[in-house]
Design a binder for this molecule. Structure first.
Ligand code: NDP
Length: 247
């Protein structure tokens, strides 16, 4: 049971959970392919992985653009010969009460957190179906399991990807394609995610919560590593990751 030599595409790899996962997986011998919008951060992370003896490449990727996801998957195949896993992790969380009507932010969350995941799924599905092997990991959230005031649209996108992953799992079983699906439901993880909040009261509340209870993204990275390392016939498909201090 190992991630060694697995080719893993990771979106949202320029910080937080994606960065921590890329570094951990590469340190265990996986070949990681990093996508996000910020080129300098991606370059720095790839340099760091290589300096530690790992294998990594990156491509500037906007998950709202289907062609970018296709190009990222193509890069994995060109560089490393195949693709075993896509980790749909890119996300934004500009939470606010619905009454604030931040409709541009609603649309941005739908574009990144839901359509971005669909674009990732579409980019790998032809290869995964043909090779009858593959794993789709998606970062949902505890806000994809239960409702929180302020998380109306964020939670809607995270509930949506939960359903998507479960349906892919069921259809793969029916179609005998052996595609594994893993949904992650993290709670408060200290990353750059809160930077995307513009609503003052939401930001204050979240900052206070995370400062009090938040844990580092390595906690999620270790779960990703565990899920990828399982044998092909084993689909560990849901993980909730809470800080022990969070109620
Ligand atoms: P970060 O803000 O550190 O990471 C978010 C990542 O998404 C960045 O790499 C960012 O890179 C990328 N991203 C944002 N928009 C796009 C886009 N349009 N195209 C490509 N990449 C994009 O936060 P986290 O690590 O916390 O977030 C990772 C995931 O975890 C998200 O889906 C988030 O919803 C989820 N999550 C996080 C929790 C937490 O408490 N931190 C709890 C539950 C879920 P760039 O800006 O360079 O494009």
């Amino acid at each position: 049971m190992s991630v060694e030599n697995k080719v893993i595409v990771i979106t949202g790899a320029s910080s937080g959970i994606g960065e921590a996962s890329a570094k951990l997986l590469a340190s265990h011998g996986a070949k990681v392919v990093l996508g996000a919008r910020r080129e300098s951060q991606l370059q720095e992370i790839v340099n760091d992985i290589k300096a530690n003896g790992g294998q990594a490449v990156f491509r500037v990727t906007d998950v709202t653009n289907p062609a970018d996801l296709t190009a990222l998957v193509d890069l994995a195949k060109t560089e490393f010969g195949a693709i075993d896993v896509i980790f749909n992790n890119a996300g934004i969380m500009p939470t606010s009460p619905i009454s604030a009507l931040k409709t541009n932010e609603w649309n941005a969350m739908i574009d990144v957190n839901l359509k971005g995941v669909l674009n990732g799924v579409a980019a790998v599905m032809p290869d995964f179906t043909a090779q009858k092997h593959g794993q789709i990991i998606t970062t949902s959230s505890v806000a994809g399991l239960k409702s929180f005031a302020g998380s109306g649209v964020y939670g809607a996108t995270k509930f949506a990807v939960r359903n998507l992953m479960e349906v892919i799992r069921m259809e793969s079983a029916q179609e005998h394609t052996n595609i594994r699906t893993t949904s992650l439901y993290p709670a408060a993880i200290n990353t750059e995610l809160l930077h995307t909040i513009t609503d003052t009261s939401s930001k204050q509340g979240m900052n206070k919560l995370y400062a009090a209870v938040g844990i580092t993204p390595d906690a999620v990275a270790r779960v990703v590593d565990f899920a990828v390392a399982q044998p092909d016939e084993v689909n560990v498909n849901e993980f909730t990751i809470y800080p022990t201090k969070q109620a």
